[in-house]
Design a protein around this ligand. Structure first.
Ligand code: FE2
Length: 375
């Protein structure tokens, strides 16, 4: 019903790699101008900043979108040359960077390098009249990065180089608040290597493990380990495909992303019914579960504060663990390749990830996979 193995968070007082939280997520996309409008119109983000040729950057354009504590950066190249164009040609639109906010970039980078991180960029200082930001970056799975951002001496909008940009088109927010977790898909046999990377290099702890018996339907199977940083603000489940009768949803992702990458980003809300109603009204597409899921819902999860009817109407899933319950729903992929999607999650005490919903959820994903001819 729930997870296979639960480990309590480390009670070590020394955090080997202190991270304040997710600083931003950067996406490399084919047309950032249009993607920015999608995230604003559909997800309720606000346009806040811009960097591009008009501000002196010759090879790319970036849009900064914000909603509550969320910061998304959408970047496109201005020509076929260079790493961004190559990334998009190979992967399609996707997550390039899950940036960590830290107090001391140089110390964090040095600690990661001493523990075997692969550098993408040594610390650099960027300045403008609002102060300075120190950034560095290390590599993680596939072509994905973790920037390390120190902004304690900066009063500006985001990063030097970005200028404020607003628009008369300002759709209301949808109640999305902050990143709960970001899930990575890696190749068969590579999960433990990346679990080891987060443990060894960044001092994360494996807080939860799902084996292929927990997470398997008739066809599709996967294994997953959830890694958490010291203060629990960064949670990275790492998935790998497991042997099933047919193609795992993780293999489908790996085929279409052409390698490992970010599978989904889970974002919190305080009112999932209101948030999902808004998102649906604005065109966000969600996975559907069979109505029968709701017939026995309360028998499975016990008493909940919400009425079941709106949850059933919207397709919101519920799961319970020892500490409480959670409500969650998953979008369809947000680009034509069946790669990145979103989870909307409302936690009511539960600290887990909805393992009780895996079967219903994966059967739903498989129906979509079959429609795409990939099962
Ligand atoms: Fe998730």
């Amino acid at each position: 019903m729930t997870s296979t193995v639960t480990a309590t968070a480390s009670n070590e007082t020394h955090d080997a790699f202190p991270i304040n939280g997710t600083d931003y997520i950067e996406f490399w996309v084919g047309n950032a101008k249009q993607s920015a409008l999608y995230y604003r119109a559909a997800f309720g983000f606000t346009l806040a900043g811009y960097r591009g040729p008009e501000t002196g950057v010759r090879d790319r354009a970036s849009y900064l979108l914000v909603q509550d504590k969320l910061r998304f950066v959408l970047t496109s190249p201005l020509g076929p040359e260079g790493e961004i164009a190559a990334h998009i040609a190979l992967h399609g639109d996707g997550v390039r960077d899950m940036a960590f906010g830290v107090d001391d970039c140089r110390a964090a980078y040095a600690a990661a390098m001493a523990r075997g991180a692969e550098s993408h960029q040594a610390p650099v200082v960027a300045q403008d009249p609002d102060g300075e930001v120190v950034t560095a970056a290390i590599r993680t799975y596939g072509d994905t990065m973790h920037s390390i951002v120190e902004r304690r001496n900066y009063r500006g909008l985001f990063l030097p180089g970005f200028v404020p940009m607003t628009s008369p088109f300002t759709p209301q927010g949808t109640g999305l608040k902050y990143v709960d977790h970001c899930v990575g898909n890696v190749e068969l046999g590579k999960m433990n290597a990346w679990v080891g990377f987060y443990e060894r290099v960044l001092g994360f702890t494996n807080i939860l493990t799902f084996d292929d018996k927990t997470i398997s339907t008739e066809y599709s199977a996967l294994m997953s380990k959830v890694m958490s940083n010291g203060n629990g603000r960064i949670k990275f489940p790492i998935n790998e495909p497991a042997q099933g009768k047919k193609k795992s949803q993780i293999e489908e992702y790996l085929d279409f992303y052409r390698g490992p990458g970010v599978q989904h980003i889970a974002i919190t809300t305080d009112d999932i019914v209101a948030t999902v109603r808004q998102l649906k009204a604005r065109g966000v597409e969600f996975l559907k579960v069979p109505p029968a899921y709701y017939d026995t819902l309360l028998d499975r999860v016990g008493r909940i504060d919400e009425d079941v009817a709106p949850l059933a109407e919207l397709g919101v899933l519920v799961d319970r663990d020892d500490e409480g319950y959670l409500l969650q729903i998953f979008t369809k992929p947000v680009q034509d390749r069946p790669t990145l999607f979103y989870e909307i999650i409302q936690r009511k005490g539960a600290k887990s990830f909805g393992a009780g919903n895996f079967k219903a959820l994966f059967e739903s994903i498989e129906r979509e996979q079959a429609l795409r001819g990939n099962l």
